[in-house]
Design a protein around this ligand. Structure first.
Ligand SMILES: O=C(O)C[C@@H](Cc1ccccc1)C(=O)SCC(=O)c1ccccc1
Ligand SMILES: [Zn+2]
Length: 170
């Protein structure tokens, strides 16, 4: 099912996600629904926080042909490089806004798959950016918080105006 993506500045985006403890069909359905929602948006990542489920679940697929979905359950960063890179990030919860965010260029991540099996990923490039962006969502952080207060307030005002516009249409 395609799930509703919360839009900034919805306060629910700032809730901290709890670890997954039961690896069952419910979790598999959540991952499937998140993947369907991500591909429909379209996006290259989605965190459960964005669909108002506050558990540590992330799906990512940075391939062009949508052929490599990976679910990261209870992800942890084991190591991150001192070397940093700036990338123009976007966010499905902040539609139409792209802006530069500086993050470590390489990260080593440990996570669990939907069956509860642990795995590790050495990520760089867009995958490293996306994993860090999604893990921020699980901590209740949205990428606009890295921007200046002036930019952030302009974005908030713009999206709230759009939100009101949508309600009026409805
Ligand atoms: O809000 C999200 O977490 C999804 C976000 C992930 C992300 C993208 C770029 C840098 C960091 C994190 C998106 O997918 S925004 C949409 C987007 O970037 C994109 C959409 C279609 C094709 C390629 C990229
Ligand atoms: Zn996002």
């Amino acid at each position: 099912a395609i799930l509703n993506i919360l839009r900034y500045p919805d306060p629910r985006l700032h809730k901290v996600a709890v670890p997954v403890t039961v690896f069952d069909e419910r979790l598999e359905k959540l991952v499937a629904d998140m993947a369907e929602t991500m591909y429909d948006a379209p996006g290259i990542g989605l965190a459960a926080s964005q669909v108002d489920v506050h558990e540590q679940v992330v799906v990512i697929d940075t391939t062009e042909d949508k052929s490599a979905l990976v679910a990261y359950i209870n992800p942890e960063i084991l190591w991150s490089s001192d070397d940093k890179q700036v990338y123009d990030e976007g966010c499905l919860s902040v539609p139409g806004i792209y802006d530069g965010v500086e993050r470590p260029s390489k990260v080593k991540v440990r996570a669990y798959d939907v069956k509860g099996q642990p795995f590790e990923v050495d990520a760089d490039g867009l995958l490293a950016v996306c994993i860090q962006h999604e893990m921020d969502h699980l901590l209740g952080k949205v990428f606009v918080e890295y921007l200046s207060p002036l930019k952030r307030n302009r974005i908030k005002a713009k999206l709230q105006k759009e939100e009101r516009g949508m309600q009026r249409e409805a």
